[in-house]
Design a protein around this ligand. Structure first.
Ligand code: SF4
Ligand code: SF4
Length: 208
């Protein structure tokens, strides 16, 4: 009984010393020998894998200082190579593919997307006059992407949208001059006499 207690006593001492030594060894190894991977976000472009300037609200820029910390040389490549294709990043929009059918706008449960379109000659469906995505509201549910018949709205793998300017998160994809030109073309088209069904068919065949 007494010998068992003594053995226990020394086992406890051994385990305490061993535990402390193991912890200290891990701390020592991490501090001096392991590669550090801390990146100074956002002064480092984690998606493209290269240093960049971080602009502050007052317009000043801070130079990246990863080299001082030795982090850049240990970075294992840009995230763009490692983020899965199916990753739901920020929504992208391919304007030439859009027929302004409004499906994405109507299906979005929280009014993230706003679309308006007009009919102009030479464009299948309608041409978008405005296409706005409010990235501040989007919850990446994917309903708009699934409902789009042409693939004009899609998920990118880009996730970086932090900004000091909250209003900048509502992005308009149709430039003002394009909108004005489309309005002009649409007004011109509405003044022309209605084409016969046969002429419309011929026009459609020309655009195919
Ligand atoms: S992903 Fe969902 S929340 Fe975001 S715009 Fe599309 S439908 Fe709306
Ligand atoms: S569903 Fe697709 S084609 Fe229709 S308005 Fe939206 S982005 Fe354009």
């Amino acid at each position: 009984m007494i010998s068992g207690n003594i053995a226990n006593y020394f086992r406890n001492i051994y385990e305490s010393v061993n535990t402390i030594a193991t912890g200290m060894w891990i701390t020592f190894k991490t501090a001096f020998f392991e590669r550090k991977v801390t990146l100074q976000y956002p002064s480092y472009d984690v998606f493209e894998g290269k240093p960049k300037d971080a602009f502050l609200p007052n317009g000043s820029a801070k130079q990246p200082f990863e080299l001082l910390l030795g982090a850049a040389q240990n970075y294992r490549g840009p995230l763009s190579r490692r983020v899965a294709d199916r990753f739901r990043g920020l929504l992208g929009y391919n304007e030439p593919q859009c027929i302004a059918c409004l499906l994405c706008m109507q299906i979005c449960p929280i009014d993230v997307i706003a679309v308006k379109g007009v009919r102009i000659e030479g464009r299948k469906g309608k041409a978008p006059l405005t296409y706005t995505i409010d990235y501040a509201k989007c919850m990446f549910c994917g309903l708009c992407v699934e409902s789009c018949p042409t693939g004009a709205v899609f998920f990118t793998r880009q996730f970086e949208a932090s900004t000091f300017d909250f209003d900048a998160l509502a992005k308009e994809f149709i430039p003002a001059e394009v909108r004005r030109e489309r309005l002009r073309l649409s007004a011109e088209a509405s003044q022309k006499p209605e084409k016969s069904r046969k002429e419309k068919k011929e026009d459609e065949n020309d655009h195919l």
